[in-house]
Write a protein that binds this ligand. Structure first.
Ligand code: AMP
Length: 290
């Protein structure tokens, strides 16, 4: 496996592979890899000839009070995991390589980025869409894989790819969970053992929403209220948002009468966790439709 740190070198590699008629599969990450990331790498490998994984903790998607500096990093360990999986290239540019002096061009998706996480993390999605665009221009992938765990991000990227006619097939893989249901996340390493136990309330709240819908409940106020009750069982938990939105505009719906995204962001102590589920009106979990 190759480690590439320069955009020019990445582009040259991609040009060679494309000239040979091979398909490039790409998984963008911020590193500190876990089984969730690795599941996306396997998906990418399954539908392409060559696989690239990027590892880049993107400063412009973090707010000034957020965890950019303490975000966990372990490039050597990540490289080992990717080598074992048979990845062809790890693309790990420096911040200066991605954002040289004078950088001032951004990609902004409107509307879809206003609610949910966007309401609490101003500028976050602009940072994400800008870096994903830059990574696409470096890696030149035929296919790029994202995780359903960050559902709003997946919706925003799907929109960006359509709106800007990017010639990239977007694939969204399912959320990989720990045995007790907690969605895997690099940020789970921030949790103390006690907080880790309490962190299961996010998934339990989602399961409760699903169960209520299966039982015929359609009123989103009732469902959200029940979810809040479950989150409140954890003494260290503070709800940032719990919302049920449509899967077109990501706007809250009063009643469930079709496919919806049930999404929540909860602080457990000083750690912000998110989770979600896409379900139909009967509470059956759905795949992300691209
Ligand atoms: P990150 O390194 O957190 O930026 O995540 C990189 C990619 O992995 C994103 O597309 C995430 O949605 C995805 N991802 C993160 N956690 C999970 C998980 N538990 N299951 C599946 N995909 C995930």
């Amino acid at each position: 496996m190759k480690l590439i740190e320069r955009v020019r070198d990445m582009q040259a590699w991609a040009d060679d592979v494309r000239a040979g008629g091979e398909r490039i599969g790409f998984v963008p990450t911020m590193g500190y890899l876990h089984e969730g990331h690795l599941s996306l790498v396997r998906l990418a490998k399954g539908s392409s000839d060559r696989t690239v994984v990027s590892i880049f903790v993107n400063p412009i998607q973090f707010g000034p009070q957020e965890d950019y500096n303490r975000y966990p990093r372990d490039l050597d360990r990540d490289i080992g995991l990717l080598r074992d999986l048979g990845v062809d290239v790890t693309f790990a540019p420096s911040v200066g390589e991605m954002y040289p002096e004078g950088f001032c061009t951004y990609v902004d998706v409107e509307g879809l980025t206003e609610g949910l996480c966007g309401a609490y993390r101003p500028g976050h999605f602009r940072g994400v869409t800008t870096v994903v665009t830059k990574l696409f221009l470096a890696v030149k992938p035929h296919l790029a894989v994202f995780g359903r765990k960050d559902a709003q991000q997946a919706f925003v990227i799907r929109r960006m790819v359509r709106d800007l006619n990017m010639d990239v097939e977007v694939v969204v893989g399912p959320t990989v969970r720990e045995v007790d249901g907690l969605a895997m996340s690099s940020r789970n390493t921030y949790l103390s053992p006690e907080e880790r136990k309490q962190a299961t309330v996010l998934y339990r709240a989602l399961l409760r929403a699903k169960e209520l819908m299966e039982g015929g409940e359609r009123d989103t106020k009732v469902i959200v209220g029940e979810m809040e009750g479950i989150v409140r069982e954890a003494p260290s938990a503070r709800v940032e948002y719990i919302e049920i939105v449509d899967t077109e505009k990501l706007k809250p719906v009063p009643f469930v009468d079709g496919e919806v995204l049930v999404a929540l962001a909860v602080w457990i102590g000083n750690t912000r966790l998110i989770d979600n589920m896409i379900v139909d009106a009967r509470g059956d979990e759905l795949n992300f439709q691209i």
